[in-house]
Write a protein of this length. Structure first.
Ligand SMILES: N#Cc1c(-c2ccc3cc[nH]c3c2)n[nH]c1N
Length: 260
């Protein structure tokens, strides 16, 4: 199955890291069909203007609606016709007519592993990278009449634009696609996959700077190793992210910790 991704941005070069490593290999292997579009290609003035001052005053600039509508219409036309790469197909093998549009923003729904799983099931995603003080609100309304739109936030801190968020979201989603991560084993027992943080990992040498690898990991008792690793995950989650634990488990784990 191939997922089509379209990204619209005024900084196409910001998406260059998606040519590297596992995501780059997934693209070369045909698992991912990524198209990056420069928003300025959808302007018509000499200065390729994408922003203007905000109605109502205030600091900064707002992204104009016109270029965004033209860019998104181009994405829909190109993607549904299968131009410049594959037409995304639904699970039923039907060509997808429109993408799900993801608009990163600090005021969005929290992007979590669960959201990443949902997006990994979509045949076609489009990402609109805002800059400045954001995108004219009418673009959200216009797009919402034509395709599913999700406004997503990486977390409660402020970035200068959507590109960094798109890099994170694309990596989190693409790695869930079949064949992208060589060993599917790596996708289990990792943080946020099943509600617990990951266990500590070690490799050679067995002794380093006077610090030793836990004995249980040096033996061959796989049951004891699995139990130790699970206990480490619960303890680490209780210490660092008690909010991830159900209340009862959190207090039990913390009591155990305090008794140590
Ligand atoms: N996602 C996300 C974001 C952003 C963000 C996203 C887009 C724009 C466009 C202008 N400023 C932006 C900030 N800030 N913090 C997050 N978690």
């Amino acid at each position: 199955a191939q997922q089509r991704l379209d990204v619209v941005t005024i900084f196409p070069e910001y998406l260059a890291p998606l040519d590297l490593s596992l995501i780059g290999k997934a693209r070369r292997d045909g698992l991912l069909d990524l198209h990056v579009h420069d928003l300025r290609d959808f302007t018509h003035d000499r200065h390729r203007t994408v922003d203007d001052s905000p109605y109502g005053g205030g600091a900064g600039m707002v992204m104009k609606p016109g270029p965004w509508a033209e860019a998104l219409e181009h994405v829909v036309a190109q993607g549904s016709a299968g131009e410049a790469g594959g037409a995304a197909t639904t699970g039923a093998g039907e060509p997808a007519r429109v993408p799900t549009l993801i608009i990163p923003g600090p005021g969005g729904e929290r992007f979590t592993q669960q959201v990443a799983r949902e997006l990994a099931d979509e045949p076609w995603l489009a990402f609109a990278c805002g800059r400045y003080e954001g995108i004219d609100e009418r673009v959200y309304e216009w797009a919402g009449e034509r395709m599913p739109v999700r406004v997503l936030s990486l977390g409660d801190y402020v970035l200068n634009g959507g590109e960094v968020a798109v890099l994170a979201m694309v990596e989190a989603v693409a790695r869930l696609l079949p064949g992208v991560i060589g060993n599917a084993e790596s996708l289990v027992e990792e943080s946020h996959e099943d509600g617990l943080l990951e266990y500590p990992v070690y490799t050679k040498p067995a002794e380093w700077g006077g610090r030793h690898v836990p004995d249980v990991l040096l033996g061959g008792n796989h049951r004891a190793i699995a139990e130790w690793r699970h206990e480490q995950r619960v303890q680490r989650t209780a210490e660092r992210r008690p909010d991830l634990l159900p209340p009862a488990a959190a207090s039990t784990a913390l009591v155990d910790l305090e008794e140590r």
